[in-house]
Design a protein around this ligand. Structure first.
Ligand code: ADP
Ligand code: ADP
Length: 216
């Protein structure tokens, strides 16, 4: 299955992506994670991306698209994938469509995670990520007092772009550039929306029920 997750920052895309991809036995491709790995590794791509990420702006399309093209060309992505965080504007969506067409592929479904702004701000303010295994936690909802990952014992960190001013800007960028994808994919008849509030397992269940009709 070829699946895209859309939703504002903090909607729970990364959290749901790990469960949905594992349920469907497809690779999870998160552009934010790939950029962050490049930033930590000090690569040229990382240096370029960091200036945009720190401001909460999108990394330029040419750079992002080249990176996604490389990743989608790998062997493990030939029978399906879950894209988390890409596309993020209509230009990226159009290029993705053409790229897949060249490979005689197409997206099966785009899953929109729906949450309101207040919940998004609460989720981002408490988000912590494991520096070792990449698992996502929340200080309040997961009762993380010790700053250690329950899965692997790694140290948890707060993302630089989860500071309040940057969060506000990222939400504006989402409204202006990414939200138009919802009607873009609705016009292509592959959009499904799910209520992304409530316990993580319930959201995963709702998501699996919503995408089942689109499975090949
Ligand atoms: P979130 O999960 O909070 O929405 P991500 O981890 O997906 O954030 O992305 C973090 C940052 O990485 C973005 O603010 C942006 O700077 C950059 N980024 C990720 N995906 C893309 C993309 N498809 N196009 C441009 N920039 C991107
Ligand atoms: P995104 O990738 O869309 O930016 P994340 O998956 O990183 O979002 O989730 C943002 C924060 O919200 C994390 O701290 C995560 O633990 C928390 N979170 C995710 N899903 C839920 C949920 N259903 N209920 C409460 N908190 C959640």
């Amino acid at each position: 299955m070829r699946l895209v997750l859309v939703g504002p920052p903090g909607a729970g895309k990364g959290t749901q992506a790990q469960y949905i991809a594992s349920n469907l036995s497809i690779p999870k491709i998160s552009t934010g994670d790939i950029f962050r790995a490049n930033v930590s590794g000090g690569t040229e791509l990382g240096k370029l991306a960091k200036t945009y990420m720190d401001r909460g702006d999108l990394v330029p399309d040419e750079v992002t698209i080249a990176m996604v093209r490389d990743r989608l060309s790998e062997d493990d992505a030939q029978d399906g994938f879950l894209l988390d965080g890409f596309p993020r504007n209509v230009a990226q969506a159009e290029i993705l469509r053409d790229m897949l067409k060249d490979w005689s592929q197409a997206l099966d479904v785009v899953l929109e995670l729906v949450v309101d702004d207040d919940e998004v701000v609460r989720r981002l303010a408490g988000r912590r990520t494991c520096s070792q295994c990449g698992r996502i936690w929340h200080v309040e909802f997961d009762d993380k007092k010790d700053d250690k990952c329950d899965a692997c014992g790694g140290a948890l960190f707060q993302r630089d772009d989860d500071k309040e001013e940057t969060v506000r800007h990222r939400l504006e960028v989402y409204q202006e550039q990414t939200a138009p994808l919802v009607s873009y994919y609705a016009d292509e008849h592959i959009l499904v929306g799910v209520d992304a509030t409530g316990p993580v397992e319930e959201v995963t269940q709702r998501a699996m029920d919503a995408i089942r009709p689109y499975m090949g």
